[in-house]
Design a protein around this ligand. Structure first.
Ligand SMILES: Nc1ncnc2c1ncn2[C@@H]1O[C@H](COP(=O)(O)OP(=O)(O)OP(=O)(O)O)[C@@H](O)[C@H]1O
Ligand SMILES: [Mg+2]
Length: 292
């Protein structure tokens, strides 16, 4: 099972929509997909049509200061063939607080996911808009991170900080973490400030994916009926863009599948490279913030 965190500490960048839609498209293409809602707002859970967790959510698996009382498999909901969900509820907010005092607090989600490793091809974690322990747990459990970002100068300042967080995690907690890429969401090429923001990201050599996702009211409408734009309005350009984004995710998944297993030597080398990147990004992110 390959795990993808969809993350950005900025709110409203399309994380939940991206996690849900890419998950549905992967499911349609025959992958066995587990969606994990790691946000106390429970947006992904609601978008999947689960109105109540009835005390069986990710919070009951993670626990808090004490271990959770349920295993991950016990809270999984079957959504459709090939697509399952670990739902969230507001209890996750208390979990996050409680975890602060727990030994190995950054690895709790990774350990919980270990139980279902062989059952799925892909796990997609929808992260909350923060850099707290829930996001750190997701980034520690993940093999890859996908970063939805609105191409706005104000958002780019925070993006430097988020990339720095990733580099720090690569330098310690999770040397194997790869950046799948930044996907520009709500993109409108007619807007000069959007084009400027895209140019700034390219000039700073940030890992910007070729696919962009534009704005459409159909995307927002689709979530109301617990659908995604790919089924709700499949001829809408946004549906095609999400298909193209999934192609890029599949490219990353397949590259990892055919790659050779990582040795201990490679692992320690990656940690070293992660630390060096972390130092470089620290420098670049302050320059990047000034450029913006
Ligand atoms: N491409 C789009 N076009 C129009 N509306 C969109 C698009 N993508 C997402 N939305 C809508 O924008 C809102 C925010 O999107 P979403 O919930 O995916 O962002 P988020 O990053 O997960 O937010 P949060 O940080 O609060 O978790 C939602 O109402 C969603 O339906
Ligand atoms: Mg969200």
């Amino acid at each position: 099972m390959r795990t993808i965190a969809v993350a950005n500490h900025k709110g409203g960048t399309g994380k939940t929509t991206t996690a849900h839609t890419v998950g549905v498209v992967l499911g349609n293409r025959g992958y066995r997909v587990l969606l994990v809602d790691s946000d106390p707002q429970s947006s992904l859970t609601l978008a999947c049509g689960v109105a109540s967790t009835q005390g069986r959510s990710l919070a009951n698996v993670l626990g808090g200061a004490e271990e959770g009382e349920l295993s991950l498999a016990e809270v999984v909901r079957l959504l459709s063939p090939g697509l399952d969900l670990v739902p969230a509820d507001v209890g996750l907010a208390s979990s996050e607080l409680g975890l602060m005092v727990r030994m190995g607090r950054e690895n709790v989600l990774k350990e919980a996911l270990g139980e279902v490793n062989g059952r799925y091809d892909v796990c997609i974690i929808d992260c909350p808009p923060s850099l707290g322990l829930l996001t750190v747990n997701a980034l520690t459990a993940a093999h890859g991170v996908l970063i939805p970002t609105q191409p706005q100068i104000a958002d780019l300042r925070g993006l430097g900080l988020f990339l720095l967080t990733i580099a720090r995690i690569q330098g310690g907690l999770n040397p194997g973490l790869e950046t799948i890429g930044i996907v520009a969401t709500f993109y409108d090429r007619r807007l000069i400030h959007h084009r400027r923001a895209m140019k700034s990201m390219r000039n700073a050599s940030l890992p910007l994916l070729p696919t962009t996702v534009g704005r459409s009211v159909r995307v927002a409408e689709s979530s109301v009926t617990s659908e995604t734009v790919v089924t709700y309005a499949k001829d809408n350009p946004r549906a095609q863009e999400y298909e193209a984004l999934t192609d890029e995710v599949v490219g990353w998944l397949e590259k990892a599948r055919t790659g050779s297993p990582i040795s201990l030597h490679q692992l320690s080398r990656r940690m070293q490279v992660g630390r060096q990147r972390s130092a470089r990004i620290e420098q670049r992110s302050s320059t990047f913030a000034q450029m913006c």
